[in-house]
Design a protein around this ligand. Structure first.
Ligand code: DHB
Length: 500
């Protein structure tokens, strides 16, 4: 995609001896939570054959007392027409929804997305500013907050971004937007968050946990605006979520797949570092661990009391077979059918049965062998504390901890476990429909059928829980799409335009 940025007025700013939007980094200082409508740069960007003109309000620190001022800041982009009272795509300055993308990957720190800034190819799909440029072209306001992550450290070497810092930061950004709703175009009652993978999980958390008191002490410490932090809608691409149950879910799905292909992430501090593919077969110890984890999944799943669209209970027997498995499989079949309807050639895939242009069955075990397993068991709570998620659940002076009982009891690396209340704050399922949380009305959840970063059971459980609790959910597994996001922007924004 060709983009061209022209910074109008940058000369004038140079002459004025400064750069609009830049604020002094002074950790001692209390930052103002009042949006300054005069502190912007005009930008024009050529995008999809159109010229977008917008005001760029960049580097707004969104809490009064940031812990990491590099990340607790936000870039806000507003179509310039809204300052001339224009109507764009049917939206007015007061009604325009606010698109809220996060750039978090791997639960590492996510800087605020900068339109016209460096592209981030290879993260999770297309250049991450494409979604925001599309949003602007459709008349949405873009508010792009940064968030701390598991690798942040302060000058004293203390970890400052361990759970729940990433979700607390995004909630603080939402509060800033509500506080300033009258001072800027865009409707803070129409915030739509977007993220991929760990960022998709954060989008789900923003959607699920609105106004929950569990986050209040953290928000108070940061000096976040005293406002509501519920949002209107959540778009979640391949959310790496439900972490405390994801190991069982992974082995339930991949128990019979001993071969793995994964990207080596060890030692990564930055999401853009090169990753190396590693292949292998599970050891006998790992196969044993897989079996024990898989055996735990049915009791967890049955305890959720989920039902399908007809009210039929979604359950599993001790062997992991049952209506829930059939339901997951049906979603994969629906995905193959949609691909076939769009003339995708599936004839090479002998495990898909097709009759008269209808996908009549899929051999589920062969499908799983085909996509292969990516992670060795346990996929998330590593027994040696080596995963990114172990690091997410570290503490100020602890790099990594366990966050499941299984991980703790089978640990080869000590016996430290994250506090239950911290683990709770990172799982949206604890909040959906809870009496003390305001869950977003609308949800869009996508996970490709070639995605092995987490079990298909994870998005299915999330989507089904939401549907069962009466929320509006658009859920689909796009055919053959790997772990990625923002690949279907036309459909994403069609969904957004139809939300009421
Ligand atoms: C991401 C991917 C993972 O496999 C994981 O465990 C956590 C995060 C990501 O792409 O953000």
């Amino acid at each position: 995609m060709k983009k061209m940025i022209i910074c109008l007025g940058s000369l004038a700013l140079l002459l004025a001896g400064g750069c609009a939007g830049f604020r002094v980094q002074d950790q001692e200082k209390a930052y103002s939570l009042d949006f300054d409508p005069t502190d912007y740069e005009m930008k024009t960007v050529a995008f999809n054959g159109k010229t977008l003109e917008f005001r760029a309000y960049e580097n707004i620190v969104y809490v009064a007392r940031p812990v990491d001022v590099e990340y607790e800041r936000m870039n806000i982009y507003i179509p310039s027409g809204y300052f001339k009272n224009a109507t764009i795509n049917g939206y007015t300055p007061d009604s325009a929804p606010i698109f809220l993308p996060n750039t978090v990957g791997g639960y590492m720190p996510g800087p605020p997305l900068t339109i016209g800034g460096p592209d981030r190819p290879g993260d999770h799909g297309p250049d991450m500013s494409s979604a925001s440029l599309t949003a602007l072209s459709k008349g949405l306001v873009v508010a792009a907050p940064g968030a701390r992550g598991r690798t942040n450290v302060d000058k004293k070497g203390r970890f400052t971004g361990k759970a729940p810092a990433c979700i607390v930061d995004l909630k603080a950004a939402v509060r800033y937007l509500r506080r300033n709703d009258k001072r800027m175009p865009g409707n803070a009652e129409k915030i739509i968050s977007n993220g991929t993978s760990a960022g998709g999980a954060l989008s789900a958390l923003l959607g699920a946990t609105g106004n929950s008191p569990d986050y209040a002490p953290y928000l108070a410490d940061l000096g976040a605006a005293q406002e509501r932090d519920d949002i209107f809608a959540a778009s979640c691409y391949c959310p790496i979520t439900n972490l405390d149950n994801a190991d069982m879910a992974y082995e339930w799905l991949f128990n019979k797949v001993p071969h793995y292909k994964k990207m080596e992430l060890k030692g990564m501090t930055d999401w853009h570092m090169e990753r190396k593919e590693v292949q292998g077969n599970l050891t006998s110890d790992e196969i044993e661990v897989s079996g024990r984890l898989a055996a735990l999944f049915p009791a967890y799943l049955n305890g959720l009391n989920l039902t399908d669209e007809n009210g039929t209970p979604l359950v599993l027997d001790q062997n992991g077979e049952g209506t829930f498995k059939a339901y997951v499989k049906a979603k994969v079949i629906a995905s193959a059918q949609a691909a076939l309807n769009q003339e995708t050639d599936l004839s090479e895939l002998s495990w898909i049965k097709i009759k008269n242009r209808l996908v009549t069955d899929i051999d589920f075990d062969q499908y799983l062998s085909y996509i292969t397993r990516m992670k060795t068991p346990p996929a998330f709570d590593g027994l040696d504390l080596s995963t990114g998620e172990n690091e997410l659940f570290g503490a100020e002076s602890i790099k990594a901890r366990h966050f499941t009982l299984f991980g703790l009891e089978n640990s080869t690396a000590g016996n430290q476990m994250a506090e239950a209340r911290v683990v709770k704050t990172m799982n949206p399922l604890n909040y959906i429909g809870a009496s003390d949380a305001d869950t977003a009305k609308h949800w869009r959840i996508r996970q490709g059928t070639a995605d092995r970063d987490t079990s298909l059971a994870v998005p299915v459980i999330l989507a089904t829980t939401l549907v069962n609790q009466g929320f509006d959910v658009d859920f689909f597994l796009p055919w053959a799409v790997p772990h990625s996001g923002d690949y279907d922007l036309a459909e994403l924004f069609a969904w957004i335009e139809n939300l009421h």
